[in-house]
Design a protein around this ligand. Sequence first.
Ligand code: G3H
Length: 479
Amino acid sequence: KEWKGSTTKVFSSIQSPNKENVMKPTLLGSVPDMGEETALEASYAAEKAFNRGQGLWPTLPVKERIKCLENFVEKMRLERELVSKLLMWEIGKTRIDSYKEFDKTITYITDTIEAYKKLDRKSARFEKESGIHAHIRRSPLGVVLCLGPYNYPLNETFCLLIPAILMGNTTVFKPAKLGVLLITPLLKAFQESFPPGVVNIVFGRGRTIASPIMRTGKIDVLALIGHSSSAVALQDQHPNKNKLRLALGLEAKNPAIILPDADLDIAVKECISGSLSYNGQRCTALKILYVHDGIVDEFNKRFAKAVDELKYGMPWEENVFLTPLPEPNKPEYIRDLVDDALQNGAKILNARGGEMTSNYCYPAVLFPVSKLMKVFHEEQFGPVVPIVSFSNINEPLNDIAESNYGQQVSIFGKDTKSIGPLVDILANLVCRINLNSACQRGPDVYPFTGRKNSAVATLSVFDALRTFSIRTFVASKDN
Ligand code: G3H
């Protein structure tokens, strides 16, 4: 609905890396500054649209819900330019990756629609066992609160929102603080494609929006990709936590293990993209490299050189790989991690490592990293690459087993006989093992999940539909 209240100005946080030519923050636009009252209205609208399972949306035939989604996709496609440009300006994603995020999101929606058709055919079936006939189907869960992260403000939020809506749930969606403006070109498409109350988008701060909504106790599913501290704080607000379902994508500290027979050209190339794509601000990023001590000197030399050759610049410039960081406090945090590692015996291997001003922060490659250092344990989510050397494979394996996280691992090596048993162990510690390639989320048809503090539930194209629904059936007896 039309917003008549106060608004918040959105400035680009992307500053020129050139120290002599620091730009003034550019005003990009503004978003409504909604408070608790509007948040509760939105939550009530979602609750009313679900209407305890009797609302229009949860009772609408599958085909009709699909039509609404298809209509939305057509309208969304028209906003490709603007949304992609805002991805560059708001969160500093490179031009290539910004368009990729937009296109990937469209594909995710269309693939989810296709998956839904298959799932519906497969789930809505008849079975007979011991004289009981069952008509099985998938049913929605209720009202879903969706919160996405700043690093994939479009794609990762939609990976929660879209399957939730398709399965017949109604939703409240609060865009991430950074990357908030890029949702605004899509508001009209949402409004024109879905009945009222199905998608309720609320702008404002987490504390004034998400917390009051949780306190109503009317939320059935908390769907969040972000930090576990936010997830825990929000769960705690819910008066009946046992009722709440969770769909969470959280932190990770994905390691790469580089074995003595690894092809170093491949290992260096993959570890560069794995650890430093989008400046390392990806939950799937390689956040610690374990290199066998027989090859560590050669690997370090090549890796540090490759890092110094990466082009730094503004997101819209050609061939740029590294860009300024959108989070205002991130460089200070990275500085602290680097200083702590240096004080505890590490060195910066690359010539430009540690250079930083304002939100410009050149990656630092640190070696030798040990458990004494913060960077060994923390999810840096930024441009710093810790390297640890090992002589026995049990050293990285024990660290991975003791880690608080369990999303993915990368292994680099040629001897399949020794990698086989390693894979068997790692499959019990993480959820995806990448052979001679960097950790990543895609393709989206594969399960995206994690153990320990890395995830609750699975969010692939197919799994997300299951995550946001429950199998129900009608049973009848041969009499
Ligand atoms: O931040 C986590 C994202 O899901 C990473 O996805 O591996 O495709 O960059 P990506």
